[in-house]
Ligand binder design. Structure first.
Ligand code: SAM
Length: 285
């Protein structure tokens, strides 16, 4: 009588983003014990595994074959094999392959376990000194200038810190486009070559960053995380809003709402219908 092996687990294993010392103990243990390692680029992963003395059955899983691989991975798990998914660097699925696989396996109830570790976005935010209570991860901007400008325009009023991934080919163009859209005074932090020998963190504004990036050809080489401060709530606008509300409060206590709104519009130059709505809410109507 044959005993069915229990279903295997898919481990999502983070690997270092530069410094090999950042591999975790659990990542090594997991990569040693699994039956197969699915990797974005098997040659890169082979080098990493060799460094840690790990021999593995490596299988390519990248953007071009991920969907076709799903049924095969399910078959391996069904027969009880444990599988690890790694990308070239950092955490799989974060601007890296794996989404389709995890989505399909999750829907079918397969066991998926994270083995957490480095990711460029969190590493960069940890040293940026920009607000991180809320942030927006934007990944890579479109490669063509029309798409890039459109994507940036859409974030013009974003109040959260925005995080962008960028490559050496486009970093100068991206900074130029950001400067045109957000203005030279917007606060920015650029993290270059994190955890590597030539790690650099630039802190300043967009005008200063553009000068820095063009100052030395070396500054444009390597890998980048670009973090842009969110739009600061205009304090002046807040003060004006408070002043308009105070004026309306006085007027609605003395006059009918319509008349109060009309008078406030004449005094402040604001739209009468907006002030009418505000006056109604102040009156509790
Ligand atoms: N999955 C990875 C992660 O968890 O961060 C990201 C992979 S994505 C294809 C590669 C991009 O991540 C690079 O173009 C760069 O924007 C960023 N990146 C990766 N390693 C980096 C490093 N050491 N320093 C700065 N940025 C890095």
């Amino acid at each position: 009588m044959s005993v069915k092996k229990p279903q295997g687990t898919l481990y999502i294993v983070a690997t270092p983003i530069g410094n090999l010392g950042d591999i975790t103990h659990r990542a090594i243990e997991t990569l040693k014990k699994v039956d197969k390692v699915c990797a974005e680029d098997t040659r890169n992963t082979r080098k990493l595994l060799t460094h840690f003395g790990i021999q593995a059955d490596l299988q390519a899983l990248h953007d071009h074959n991920e969907i076709a691989r799903i049924e095969q991975v399910k078959g391996w798990l069904d027969r009880g094999d444990h599988i690890a998914l790694v990308s070239d660097a950092g955490t799989p699925l974060i601007s890296d392959p794996g989404y389709h696989l995890v989505n399909a396996l999750g829907d079918d109830g397969y066991k998926i376990e994270p083995i957490p570790g480095a990711s460029a976005i969190i590493t960069a935010l940890s040293v940026a000194g920009l607000p991180t209570d809320r942030f927006s991860f934007e990944g890579f901007l479109p490669a063509k200038s029309v798409g890039r400008n459109k994507a940036l325009q859409a974030n013009l009023k974003e109040v959260r810190t925005q995080v962008y991934y960028e490559s050496s080919h486009r970093i100068a163009k991206t900074i130029e486009a950001m400067l045109a859209i957000f203005g030279g005074e917007r606060k920015v932090v650029l993290a270059r070559e994190l955890t590597k020998m030539f790690e650099q963190i630039y802190r300043g504004d967009l005008a200063g960053l553009q000068a820095w990036i063009n100052d030395d050809a070396m500054h444009q080489k390597g890998e980048f995380v670009l973090m842009l401060a969110g739009q600061v709530q205009d304090e002046q606008t807040n003060e004006q809003t408070v002043a308009v509300e105070s004026l309306l409060k006085i007027l609605v206590d003395e006059l009918p709402v319509k008349q109060a709104a009309g008078l406030a519009a004449k005094i402040t130059g604001k739209k009468k219908n907006e002030l009418y709505k505000l006056a109604m809410s102040l009156k509790g109507e």
